[in-house]
Ligand binder design. Structure first.
Ligand SMILES: [Zn+2]
Ligand SMILES: [Zn+2]
Length: 188
């Protein structure tokens, strides 16, 4: 599998980070070995002082609504309509889809912690999501300002596309606990 990607650079230092760090399959695993997959987004971590992936957690109101429906015993029908929930039991390239009931149970534990997303590199909660300018095209190699300041450096982060270049990605399954702390990485 090959993908186009984005490269983040800084106006003030030689930082260069590719959005390829978002690739792979990411799951939370609870103490009973049940798993839920989750999406990532690019962010800056003030502990790593760089661009890093963080968890993308569901909207609290939407989650509360789905949990209410779950307690009432009819969550599947309602929750499955919502794209945000579908992502939590999606399958990897080679694995079967996660069972929605156990996926939802893991998600419920994560949301029950009432925590924000953490850095998937170091586990720190000191992160801010980094917005990629709307409509940014990976075909464009022109660096575009993002309005995000590089922590510990002061320069502004720029993003550019990889142009026509695509790279093959190694597929890994990245396992985290419900606190977002790294557990293990296995080759798919
Ligand atoms: Zn910098
Ligand atoms: Zn970090």
């Amino acid at each position: 599998m090959s993908v186009p990607y984005r490269i983040v650079t800084c106006t003030n230092c030689n930082l260069q980070e590719a959005s390829l760090i978002l690739n792979g399959y990411f799951v939370w695993r609870d103490s009973n070995g049940r798993e839920a997959s989750f999406d990532r987004e690019l962010a800056i971590c003030r502990d790593c002082c760089t661009v890093t992936p963080i968890e993308r957690l569901p909207d609290r109101d939407e989650f509360d609504e789905a949990e209410e429906a779950s307690l009432a015993g009819f969550w599947r029908k309602r929750a499955l309509k919502r794209k945000v929930y579908r992502s939590f039991w999606k399958k990897s390239l080679i694995q079967e889809a996660i069972d929605p009931t156990s996926g939802f149970e893991v998600l419920r534990q994560v949301m029950g912690l009432r925590r924000g997303p953490v850095c998937l590199a170091c586990g720190s909660p000191d992160v801010s999501s980094m917005s990629i300018p709307y409509g940014h095209d990976t075909a464009s190699e022109e660096p575009v300002p993002t309005g995000t300041i590089h922590p510990g450096c002061g320069g502004e982060l720029l993003v550019r596309g990889s142009g026509g270049e695509r790279v093959a990605v190694m597929l890994y399954k990245n396992v985290y606990d419900i606190h977002g702390q790294f557990v293990e990485r296995t080759r798919e």
